[in-house]
Design a protein around this ligand. Structure first.
Ligand SMILES: Cc1ncc(COP(=O)(O)O)c(C=O)c1O
Length: 426
Protein backbone atom coordinates (compact mmCIF):
# COMPACT_ATOMS: atom_id res chain seq x y z
CA UNK A 1 0.00 0.00 0.00
CA UNK A 2 1.23 3.44 -0.86
CA UNK A 3 1.07 5.68 2.15
CA UNK A 4 -0.97 8.65 1.00
CA UNK A 5 0.34 10.98 3.63
CA UNK A 6 3.94 10.14 2.94
CA UNK A 7 3.34 10.54 -0.76
CA UNK A 8 1.76 13.93 -0.36
CA UNK A 9 4.38 15.24 2.08
CA UNK A 10 6.18 18.45 1.24
CA UNK A 11 9.52 16.79 1.90
CA UNK A 12 8.93 14.30 -0.86
CA UNK A 13 8.25 16.81 -3.63
CA UNK A 14 10.82 19.31 -2.51
CA UNK A 15 8.34 21.96 -3.61
CA UNK A 16 8.00 24.86 -1.24
CA UNK A 17 4.98 27.08 -1.70
CA UNK A 18 5.05 29.50 1.23
CA UNK A 19 1.28 30.18 1.19
CA UNK A 20 0.42 26.49 1.40
CA UNK A 21 -0.03 25.04 4.89
CA UNK A 22 0.94 21.49 3.97
CA UNK A 23 0.92 20.24 7.55
CA UNK A 24 -2.69 21.31 7.93
CA UNK A 25 -3.64 19.89 4.53
CA UNK A 26 -2.16 16.54 5.53
CA UNK A 27 -4.27 16.54 8.70
CA UNK A 28 -7.36 17.54 6.71
CA UNK A 29 -6.82 14.68 4.26
CA UNK A 30 -7.37 12.26 7.11
CA UNK A 31 -10.94 13.56 7.42
CA UNK A 32 -11.70 12.12 3.97
CA UNK A 33 -11.74 8.31 4.03
CA UNK A 34 -11.80 8.05 0.23
CA UNK A 35 -8.50 9.89 -0.15
CA UNK A 36 -6.73 6.88 1.36
CA UNK A 37 -7.98 4.45 -1.30
CA UNK A 38 -6.04 2.81 -4.07
CA UNK A 39 -6.87 2.79 -7.76
CA UNK A 40 -5.30 -0.45 -8.93
CA UNK A 41 -1.93 -0.39 -7.22
CA UNK A 42 -1.75 3.41 -7.19
CA UNK A 43 -2.88 5.90 -4.59
CA UNK A 44 -5.86 7.93 -5.69
CA UNK A 45 -5.07 11.44 -6.94
CA UNK A 46 -8.48 13.04 -7.08
CA UNK A 47 -8.49 16.10 -9.35
CA UNK A 48 -12.13 16.11 -10.45
CA UNK A 49 -13.52 18.35 -7.74
CA UNK A 50 -15.42 20.64 -10.11
CA UNK A 51 -17.54 17.61 -11.06
CA UNK A 52 -18.06 16.61 -7.45
CA UNK A 53 -16.07 16.94 -4.24
CA UNK A 54 -15.22 14.22 -1.75
CA UNK A 55 -17.01 13.99 1.62
CA UNK A 56 -15.46 14.29 5.06
CA UNK A 57 -16.24 11.88 7.92
CA UNK A 58 -18.36 14.57 9.63
CA UNK A 59 -20.83 14.59 6.71
CA UNK A 60 -20.95 10.80 6.45
CA UNK A 61 -21.57 10.54 10.18
CA UNK A 62 -24.31 13.18 10.25
CA UNK A 63 -26.25 11.32 7.56
CA UNK A 64 -25.61 7.94 9.16
CA UNK A 65 -26.76 9.28 12.51
CA UNK A 66 -30.03 10.52 11.02
CA UNK A 67 -30.80 7.13 9.47
CA UNK A 68 -29.75 5.18 12.55
CA UNK A 69 -31.26 7.34 15.29
CA UNK A 70 -34.07 9.62 14.10
CA UNK A 71 -35.12 8.70 10.57
CA UNK A 72 -38.63 10.13 10.10
CA UNK A 73 -40.49 12.37 7.73
CA UNK A 74 -40.37 16.12 8.42
CA UNK A 75 -43.07 18.71 9.12
CA UNK A 76 -45.71 15.98 9.53
CA UNK A 77 -45.54 13.62 12.44
CA UNK A 78 -46.25 14.74 15.96
CA UNK A 79 -43.84 12.26 17.44
CA UNK A 80 -40.34 12.51 18.81
CA UNK A 81 -38.49 11.21 15.77
CA UNK A 82 -40.32 13.48 13.36
CA UNK A 83 -39.72 16.47 15.61
CA UNK A 84 -36.00 15.69 15.79
CA UNK A 85 -35.78 15.18 12.02
CA UNK A 86 -37.67 18.44 11.39
CA UNK A 87 -35.42 20.35 13.77
CA UNK A 88 -32.27 18.99 12.09
CA UNK A 89 -33.64 19.69 8.60
CA UNK A 90 -34.54 23.28 9.49
CA UNK A 91 -31.26 23.75 11.34
CA UNK A 92 -29.47 22.84 8.11
CA UNK A 93 -31.42 25.53 6.28
CA UNK A 94 -30.36 28.08 8.88
CA UNK A 95 -26.72 27.04 8.55
CA UNK A 96 -26.89 27.48 4.78
CA UNK A 97 -28.53 30.91 5.17
CA UNK A 98 -25.71 32.05 7.47
CA UNK A 99 -23.05 30.53 5.20
CA UNK A 100 -24.08 32.70 2.23
CA UNK A 101 -25.22 35.64 4.40
CA UNK A 102 -28.86 35.43 3.38
CA UNK A 103 -31.08 37.73 5.47
CA UNK A 104 -33.44 34.89 6.38
CA UNK A 105 -33.65 31.11 6.23
CA UNK A 106 -37.09 31.58 4.62
CA UNK A 107 -35.19 32.57 1.49
CA UNK A 108 -33.31 29.28 1.29
CA UNK A 109 -35.15 26.77 -0.89
CA UNK A 110 -33.79 23.25 -1.01
CA UNK A 111 -33.72 21.92 -4.58
CA UNK A 112 -32.11 18.87 -6.19
CA UNK A 113 -29.13 20.93 -7.33
CA UNK A 114 -28.01 23.97 -9.28
CA UNK A 115 -29.80 22.63 -12.35
CA UNK A 116 -33.13 22.34 -10.58
CA UNK A 117 -32.72 25.78 -9.01
CA UNK A 118 -32.38 27.39 -12.45
CA UNK A 119 -35.29 25.35 -13.82
CA UNK A 120 -37.39 26.45 -10.85
CA UNK A 121 -36.71 30.14 -11.53
CA UNK A 122 -37.33 29.66 -15.27
CA UNK A 123 -40.62 27.87 -14.71
CA UNK A 124 -42.00 30.19 -12.03
CA UNK A 125 -40.52 33.68 -12.29
CA UNK A 126 -39.78 33.15 -15.99
CA UNK A 127 -43.27 32.00 -16.97
CA UNK A 128 -44.84 34.84 -15.03
CA UNK A 129 -42.57 37.59 -16.35
CA UNK A 130 -41.27 36.75 -19.83
CA UNK A 131 -42.83 36.99 -23.27
CA UNK A 132 -42.41 38.42 -26.77
CA UNK A 133 -40.34 41.62 -26.81
CA UNK A 134 -38.44 40.63 -23.65
CA UNK A 135 -34.83 39.50 -23.52
CA UNK A 136 -32.91 37.12 -21.29
CA UNK A 137 -29.15 37.66 -21.33
CA UNK A 138 -26.80 34.79 -20.53
CA UNK A 139 -23.15 34.29 -21.53
CA UNK A 140 -21.08 32.14 -23.85
CA UNK A 141 -19.42 30.48 -20.85
CA UNK A 142 -22.52 28.97 -19.24
CA UNK A 143 -22.96 25.40 -18.13
CA UNK A 144 -25.79 23.72 -20.05
CA UNK A 145 -27.96 24.05 -16.94
CA UNK A 146 -28.02 27.82 -17.48
CA UNK A 147 -28.62 27.62 -21.23
CA UNK A 148 -31.10 24.84 -21.94
CA UNK A 149 -33.88 25.88 -19.48
CA UNK A 150 -33.89 29.34 -21.11
CA UNK A 151 -33.91 27.88 -24.62
CA UNK A 152 -36.87 25.64 -23.75
CA UNK A 153 -38.73 28.59 -22.25
CA UNK A 154 -37.84 30.88 -25.15
CA UNK A 155 -39.33 28.37 -27.59
CA UNK A 156 -42.53 28.33 -25.53
CA UNK A 157 -42.87 32.00 -24.62
CA UNK A 158 -41.24 33.78 -27.56
CA UNK A 159 -38.71 36.03 -25.81
CA UNK A 160 -35.18 36.58 -27.16
CA UNK A 161 -32.13 34.86 -25.68
CA UNK A 162 -28.86 36.76 -26.01
CA UNK A 163 -25.29 35.92 -25.02
CA UNK A 164 -22.51 38.05 -23.55
CA UNK A 165 -19.51 37.10 -25.76
CA UNK A 166 -16.11 35.89 -24.60
CA UNK A 167 -12.78 37.55 -25.21
CA UNK A 168 -9.95 35.53 -26.71
CA UNK A 169 -8.54 34.99 -23.22
CA UNK A 170 -11.77 33.43 -21.94
CA UNK A 171 -13.20 36.36 -20.00
CA UNK A 172 -16.57 38.02 -20.51
CA UNK A 173 -16.37 40.86 -23.00
CA UNK A 174 -18.15 43.49 -20.95
CA UNK A 175 -17.24 46.29 -23.35
CA UNK A 176 -20.54 45.54 -25.12
CA UNK A 177 -22.63 45.46 -21.96
CA UNK A 178 -24.36 48.77 -22.77
CA UNK A 179 -25.74 47.41 -26.01
CA UNK A 180 -26.51 43.96 -24.60
CA UNK A 181 -28.42 45.15 -21.54
CA UNK A 182 -31.32 47.30 -22.69
CA UNK A 183 -34.79 48.15 -21.36
CA UNK A 184 -35.95 44.92 -23.08
CA UNK A 185 -33.69 42.87 -20.80
CA UNK A 186 -35.72 41.25 -18.03
CA UNK A 187 -33.11 38.85 -16.67
CA UNK A 188 -29.33 38.52 -16.72
CA UNK A 189 -28.32 34.99 -15.74
CA UNK A 190 -24.65 34.09 -15.55
CA UNK A 191 -22.07 31.90 -13.93
CA UNK A 192 -20.05 33.25 -10.99
CA UNK A 193 -17.01 31.04 -11.72
CA UNK A 194 -16.63 29.20 -15.03
CA UNK A 195 -16.28 25.42 -14.77
CA UNK A 196 -14.14 25.41 -17.95
CA UNK A 197 -11.92 28.48 -18.03
CA UNK A 198 -11.94 29.20 -14.30
CA UNK A 199 -12.80 32.86 -14.87
CA UNK A 200 -14.25 34.65 -11.84
CA UNK A 201 -16.88 37.00 -13.21
CA UNK A 202 -17.39 40.54 -11.83
CA UNK A 203 -20.85 40.01 -10.37
CA UNK A 204 -21.30 43.51 -8.98
CA UNK A 205 -20.46 45.21 -12.28
CA UNK A 206 -23.05 43.12 -14.14
CA UNK A 207 -25.61 43.59 -11.36
CA UNK A 208 -25.16 47.38 -11.61
CA UNK A 209 -25.78 47.30 -15.37
CA UNK A 210 -28.86 45.10 -14.89
CA UNK A 211 -30.25 47.33 -12.13
CA UNK A 212 -29.93 50.37 -14.41
CA UNK A 213 -32.65 48.91 -16.67
CA UNK A 214 -34.63 47.16 -13.92
CA UNK A 215 -33.56 43.65 -14.97
CA UNK A 216 -33.31 40.80 -12.44
CA UNK A 217 -30.09 38.85 -11.91
CA UNK A 218 -29.57 35.14 -11.38
CA UNK A 219 -26.08 33.88 -10.51
CA UNK A 220 -24.95 30.28 -10.85
CA UNK A 221 -22.68 29.76 -7.86
CA UNK A 222 -22.01 26.04 -8.41
CA UNK A 223 -18.25 26.68 -8.70
CA UNK A 224 -17.95 29.63 -6.33
CA UNK A 225 -19.75 28.75 -3.08
CA UNK A 226 -17.55 25.68 -2.42
CA UNK A 227 -14.34 27.65 -2.90
CA UNK A 228 -14.67 31.23 -1.65
CA UNK A 229 -16.65 33.31 0.83
CA UNK A 230 -19.96 34.36 -0.76
CA UNK A 231 -22.28 37.07 0.53
CA UNK A 232 -25.49 37.16 -1.50
CA UNK A 233 -26.53 40.47 0.05
CA UNK A 234 -23.24 42.17 -0.78
CA UNK A 235 -23.51 40.83 -4.33
CA UNK A 236 -27.10 42.14 -4.40
CA UNK A 237 -28.27 39.31 -6.68
CA UNK A 238 -31.96 38.40 -7.03
CA UNK A 239 -31.41 34.66 -7.32
CA UNK A 240 -28.38 32.54 -6.45
CA UNK A 241 -28.10 28.78 -6.96
CA UNK A 242 -25.57 26.11 -6.02
CA UNK A 243 -25.13 22.36 -5.39
CA UNK A 244 -24.39 20.52 -2.16
CA UNK A 245 -22.25 17.80 -3.73
CA UNK A 246 -19.55 20.20 -4.93
CA UNK A 247 -18.99 21.56 -1.40
CA UNK A 248 -18.39 18.36 0.60
CA UNK A 249 -22.10 17.62 0.94
CA UNK A 250 -24.18 14.79 -0.52
CA UNK A 251 -25.61 14.51 -4.03
CA UNK A 252 -29.28 15.12 -4.78
CA UNK A 253 -29.48 18.48 -3.01
CA UNK A 254 -29.00 22.10 -3.97
CA UNK A 255 -29.97 25.55 -2.85
CA UNK A 256 -31.92 28.38 -4.41
CA UNK A 257 -31.61 31.72 -2.62
CA UNK A 258 -33.98 34.46 -3.73
CA UNK A 259 -34.96 37.95 -2.70
CA UNK A 260 -37.99 37.70 -0.51
CA UNK A 261 -40.41 39.88 -2.49
CA UNK A 262 -39.64 37.94 -5.67
CA UNK A 263 -40.07 34.54 -4.01
CA UNK A 264 -43.32 35.71 -2.39
CA UNK A 265 -44.69 36.85 -5.76
CA UNK A 266 -43.65 33.73 -7.67
CA UNK A 267 -46.20 30.98 -8.20
CA UNK A 268 -45.22 27.49 -7.04
CA UNK A 269 -43.64 25.10 -9.51
CA UNK A 270 -44.35 21.55 -8.43
CA UNK A 271 -47.54 20.74 -6.57
CA UNK A 272 -47.96 18.15 -3.83
CA UNK A 273 -47.61 17.62 -0.13
CA UNK A 274 -45.99 20.22 2.14
CA UNK A 275 -46.22 23.09 -0.37
CA UNK A 276 -49.87 23.80 0.45
CA UNK A 277 -51.70 25.44 3.34
CA UNK A 278 -55.10 24.18 2.36
CA UNK A 279 -56.47 21.92 -0.36
CA UNK A 280 -60.15 21.87 -1.34
CA UNK A 281 -61.65 20.09 -4.27
CA UNK A 282 -62.23 23.51 -5.80
CA UNK A 283 -58.62 24.71 -5.38
CA UNK A 284 -55.64 25.12 -3.06
CA UNK A 285 -53.79 27.77 -1.09
CA UNK A 286 -50.00 27.77 -1.01
CA UNK A 287 -47.82 27.37 2.00
CA UNK A 288 -45.49 30.18 3.10
CA UNK A 289 -41.80 30.43 2.14
CA UNK A 290 -39.76 28.33 1.75
CA UNK A 291 -42.22 25.43 1.75
CA UNK A 292 -44.18 26.77 -1.21
CA UNK A 293 -41.31 25.54 -3.40
CA UNK A 294 -40.61 22.24 -1.64
CA UNK A 295 -43.33 19.83 -2.76
CA UNK A 296 -43.22 16.28 -1.43
CA UNK A 297 -40.91 14.61 1.05
CA UNK A 298 -37.65 16.54 0.87
CA UNK A 299 -34.09 15.19 0.87
CA UNK A 300 -33.88 15.15 4.68
CA UNK A 301 -30.67 13.16 5.13
CA UNK A 302 -29.01 15.18 2.38
CA UNK A 303 -29.97 18.52 3.96
CA UNK A 304 -28.57 17.31 7.28
CA UNK A 305 -25.41 16.25 5.42
CA UNK A 306 -25.13 19.67 3.78
CA UNK A 307 -25.53 21.30 7.20
CA UNK A 308 -22.57 19.23 8.42
CA UNK A 309 -20.60 20.17 5.28
CA UNK A 310 -21.24 23.86 5.92
CA UNK A 311 -20.03 23.45 9.51
CA UNK A 312 -16.95 21.66 8.24
CA UNK A 313 -16.10 24.31 5.63
CA UNK A 314 -16.76 27.14 8.08
CA UNK A 315 -14.47 25.39 10.58
CA UNK A 316 -11.67 25.43 8.00
CA UNK A 317 -12.54 29.04 7.07
CA UNK A 318 -13.58 29.94 3.54
CA UNK A 319 -10.89 32.63 3.21
CA UNK A 320 -8.27 30.04 4.06
CA UNK A 321 -9.74 27.57 1.58
CA UNK A 322 -9.69 30.22 -1.13
CA UNK A 323 -6.10 31.25 -0.42
CA UNK A 324 -4.85 27.65 -0.39
CA UNK A 325 -6.54 26.85 -3.68
CA UNK A 326 -5.19 30.02 -5.25
CA UNK A 327 -1.65 29.09 -4.27
CA UNK A 328 -2.11 25.56 -5.60
CA UNK A 329 -3.67 26.60 -8.90
CA UNK A 330 -0.89 29.14 -9.51
CA UNK A 331 1.60 26.32 -9.06
CA UNK A 332 -0.44 24.03 -11.33
CA UNK A 333 -0.72 26.71 -14.01
CA UNK A 334 3.03 27.30 -13.94
CA UNK A 335 3.94 23.59 -14.02
CA UNK A 336 1.40 22.72 -16.74
CA UNK A 337 2.52 25.69 -18.88
CA UNK A 338 5.99 24.15 -19.02
CA UNK A 339 4.76 20.95 -20.70
CA UNK A 340 5.48 21.07 -24.42
CA UNK A 341 2.34 20.93 -26.54
CA UNK A 342 0.03 21.63 -23.62
CA UNK A 343 -2.43 24.45 -24.16
CA UNK A 344 -4.38 25.88 -21.21
CA UNK A 345 -7.74 27.50 -21.96
CA UNK A 346 -8.73 30.62 -20.07
CA UNK A 347 -6.99 33.46 -18.24
CA UNK A 348 -3.98 33.16 -15.95
CA UNK A 349 -5.90 34.70 -13.03
CA UNK A 350 -8.42 31.98 -12.28
CA UNK A 351 -10.26 29.85 -9.77
CA UNK A 352 -8.85 26.45 -8.76
CA UNK A 353 -9.19 24.53 -12.01
CA UNK A 354 -7.25 24.17 -15.25
CA UNK A 355 -8.70 22.82 -18.50
CA UNK A 356 -6.27 22.06 -21.30
CA UNK A 357 -5.46 20.18 -24.49
CA UNK A 358 -2.23 18.30 -25.13
CA UNK A 359 -1.06 18.25 -28.76
CA UNK A 360 -3.85 16.52 -30.66
CA UNK A 361 -4.39 13.77 -28.09
CA UNK A 362 -8.08 13.32 -27.38
CA UNK A 363 -8.84 14.32 -23.76
CA UNK A 364 -10.57 10.95 -23.21
CA UNK A 365 -7.30 9.20 -24.09
CA UNK A 366 -5.42 11.53 -21.75
CA UNK A 367 -7.84 10.78 -18.97
CA UNK A 368 -7.56 7.03 -19.56
CA UNK A 369 -3.76 7.18 -19.38
CA UNK A 370 -3.83 9.28 -16.21
CA UNK A 371 -6.31 6.83 -14.70
CA UNK A 372 -3.69 4.09 -14.99
CA UNK A 373 -1.69 6.14 -12.47
CA UNK A 374 -4.72 6.61 -10.20
CA UNK A 375 -5.21 10.22 -11.35
CA UNK A 376 -8.83 11.29 -11.82
CA UNK A 377 -9.45 14.24 -14.16
CA UNK A 378 -12.48 15.09 -16.24
CA UNK A 379 -12.42 14.89 -20.04
CA UNK A 380 -15.00 16.15 -22.53
CA UNK A 381 -16.98 19.36 -22.88
CA UNK A 382 -17.85 19.56 -19.14
CA UNK A 383 -21.52 20.26 -19.96
CA UNK A 384 -20.45 23.50 -21.61
CA UNK A 385 -20.40 22.94 -25.36
CA UNK A 386 -20.91 26.57 -26.46
CA UNK A 387 -17.70 27.76 -24.78
CA UNK A 388 -15.77 24.95 -26.44
CA UNK A 389 -17.31 25.93 -29.79
CA UNK A 390 -16.36 29.53 -29.12
CA UNK A 391 -12.76 28.52 -28.30
CA UNK A 392 -12.66 26.33 -31.42
CA UNK A 393 -12.03 23.06 -29.61
CA UNK A 394 -14.15 19.96 -29.23
CA UNK A 395 -13.09 18.92 -25.75
CA UNK A 396 -10.59 19.53 -22.98
CA UNK A 397 -9.14 17.63 -20.05
CA UNK A 398 -9.72 19.39 -16.74
CA UNK A 399 -7.89 19.15 -13.43
CA UNK A 400 -9.90 20.78 -10.67
CA UNK A 401 -8.63 21.25 -7.14
CA UNK A 402 -9.98 21.47 -3.62
CA UNK A 403 -8.38 22.40 -0.31
CA UNK A 404 -7.21 18.81 0.25
CA UNK A 405 -5.04 18.66 -2.89
CA UNK A 406 -1.28 19.04 -2.73
CA UNK A 407 1.57 20.20 -4.97
CA UNK A 408 2.71 16.59 -4.98
CA UNK A 409 -0.51 15.68 -6.75
CA UNK A 410 0.09 18.44 -9.29
CA UNK A 411 3.53 16.95 -9.93
CA UNK A 412 2.02 13.50 -10.44
CA UNK A 413 -0.46 14.98 -12.91
CA UNK A 414 2.36 16.64 -14.86
CA UNK A 415 4.41 13.45 -14.88
CA UNK A 416 1.37 11.53 -16.14
CA UNK A 417 0.80 14.07 -18.91
CA UNK A 418 4.43 13.96 -19.98
CA UNK A 419 4.15 10.19 -20.16
CA UNK A 420 0.98 10.49 -22.25
CA UNK A 421 2.66 12.95 -24.63
CA UNK A 422 5.48 10.44 -25.18
CA UNK A 423 3.12 7.53 -25.77
CA UNK A 424 1.13 9.45 -28.36
CA UNK A 425 4.24 10.81 -30.05
CA UNK A 426 5.26 7.28 -31.05
C1 LIG B 1 -20.98 26.14 -13.32
C2 LIG B 1 -21.91 25.00 -13.12
N1 LIG B 1 -23.22 25.22 -13.16
C3 LIG B 1 -24.11 24.25 -12.97
C4 LIG B 1 -23.71 22.96 -12.74
C5 LIG B 1 -24.74 21.90 -12.55
O1 LIG B 1 -24.72 21.41 -11.25
P1 LIG B 1 -25.64 20.17 -10.84
O2 LIG B 1 -25.35 19.09 -11.85
O3 LIG B 1 -25.19 19.83 -9.47
O4 LIG B 1 -27.05 20.62 -10.91
C6 LIG B 1 -22.35 22.67 -12.70
C7 LIG B 1 -21.88 21.28 -12.51
O5 LIG B 1 -20.83 20.90 -12.97
C8 LIG B 1 -21.43 23.72 -12.89
O6 LIG B 1 -20.11 23.50 -12.87
Amino acid sequence: MVNQLERTGAAQTGVVIPELDLARIERIRQDFPILARQVGDKALVYLDNAATSQKPEAVLQAMDDYYRRYNANVHRGVHRLSEEATAAYEQARLKVARFIHAPSDKQIIFTRGTTEGINLVANTWGRANLGPGNEVLITEMEHHSNIVPWQILRDQLGFTLRYIPLTESGELDLSQLDTLITPATKLVSFVHVSNVVGTVNPVQEIVAAARAVGAKVLVDGAQSVPHMPVDVQALDVDFFVFSSHKMCGPTGLGVLYGKRDLLEAMPPWQGGGDMIREVKMSGSKWNTLPYKFEAGTPAVAEAIGLGAAVDYLSGLDMEWIHDQEQALVRYAYERLSQIEGLHIVGPEQRAGLVAFTLNDVHPHDLSAILDQDGIAVRAGHHCAQPIHDRLGIVATARASFYFYNTPDEVDLLCAGLEKAAQIFAL
